[in-house]
Design a protein around this ligand. Structure first.
Ligand SMILES: Nc1nc2c(ncn2[C@@H]2O[C@H](COP(=O)(O)OP(=O)(O)OP(=O)(O)O)[C@@H](O)[C@H]2O)c(=O)[nH]1
Ligand SMILES: [Mg+2]
Length: 239
């Protein structure tokens, strides 16, 4: 994955307007102040709104200036986004840079605006590798960019919980699950119908046995169970 570096810096400099794409479930965690401070004109695009409730979004609306709520996959909010870009643009064919953390839906938003699949998307974080220019009709020129994470925010177990890292490629998925259980008491236990344990490592063991994920000697496979739990968390299966 690209660090916050050359590519994104260059895109922000070139762009008349910057769309900072944020995951509706993790707005604060996916904000990048360096991007926000550098952009000439900034629109916060809150994507994946299909995962969250309206009341929550009403609250966010009060806190963020220039924000638009969308769902790229459910196709809502896109017309509003197009309008907002036009409204804020100070020229006819503005260059619009699309930036944000890995996996927040940058490429998906561009595709939905364009009306057909041209920017490749994937559930895997870190999919887009270089920048790509895409013309959106006669309205604007968009630049898709690789997802970037600020250098100071590199703790793997936190990144995986906001979708910025792939649960199937990280080294210690159980650390992320332990954090998930601590941050959301009862949520994981309820999903898998297991008892709350004082030692959260035991909770993961119980889930592994329940899912029949075992290693040699009938031991619970913590690693596989953890990756599965994380994927389900990211897919919205615990709401
Ligand atoms: N539920 C839901 N899923 C979405 C939405 N937008 C995108 N996704 C999914 O999120 C995943 C990542 O989407 P991408 O468009 O590839 O994200 P990206 O920001 O371009 O990711 P990188 O290129 O890896 O930085 C894909 O599995 C999409 O289908 C949305 O509005 N709702
Ligand atoms: Mg992408």
């Amino acid at each position: 994955m690209a660090s916050f570096g050359r590519v994104v810096n260059e895109v922000i400099e070139k762009s008349d307007i910057v769309l900072e794409i944020l995951d509706a479930r993790f707005i604060e965690e996916t904000r990048n102040r360096r991007i926000e401070n550098k952009a000439k004109i900034l629109i916060h695009v809150i994507n994946k709104c299909d995962y969250v409730g309206k009341e929550y979004l009403d609250q966010i609306k009060k806190e963020l200036k220039n924000c638009v709520f969308v769902s790229a996959t459910k196709h809502f909010g896109i017309t509003l986004l197009r309008k907002k870009i036009r409204q804020l643009a100070n020229k006819k064919m503005p260059i619009v840079g699309v930036v944000g953390y890995p996996n927040v839906g940058k490429s998906s938003i561009i595709n939905t605006l364009k009306g057909k699949g041209s920017a490749k998307t994937s559930p895997e974080a870190g999919y887009t590798k270089g920048k790509q220019y895409l013309r959106i009709g006669n309205d604007f020129l968009m630049i898709d960019t690789p997802g970037v994470i600020p250098k100071e925010k590199r703790k793997e177990e936190e990144l995986v919980l906001i979708g910025a890292k792939n649960p199937y490629t990280i080294k210690d998925p159980d650390l992320a699950v332990l954090k998930l259980i601590k941050n959301h008491p009862g949520l994981v236990e309820k999903r898998y119908q297991v008892e709350t344990k004082e030692d959260e490592e035991e909770t993961i063991e119980d889930i592994a046995l329940k899912l029949n994920l075992k290693k040699k000697g009938n031991k619970p496979d913590i690693d596989r169970a953890s990756r599965k739990i994380l994927q389900e968390w990211l897919d919205g299966g615990m709401n």
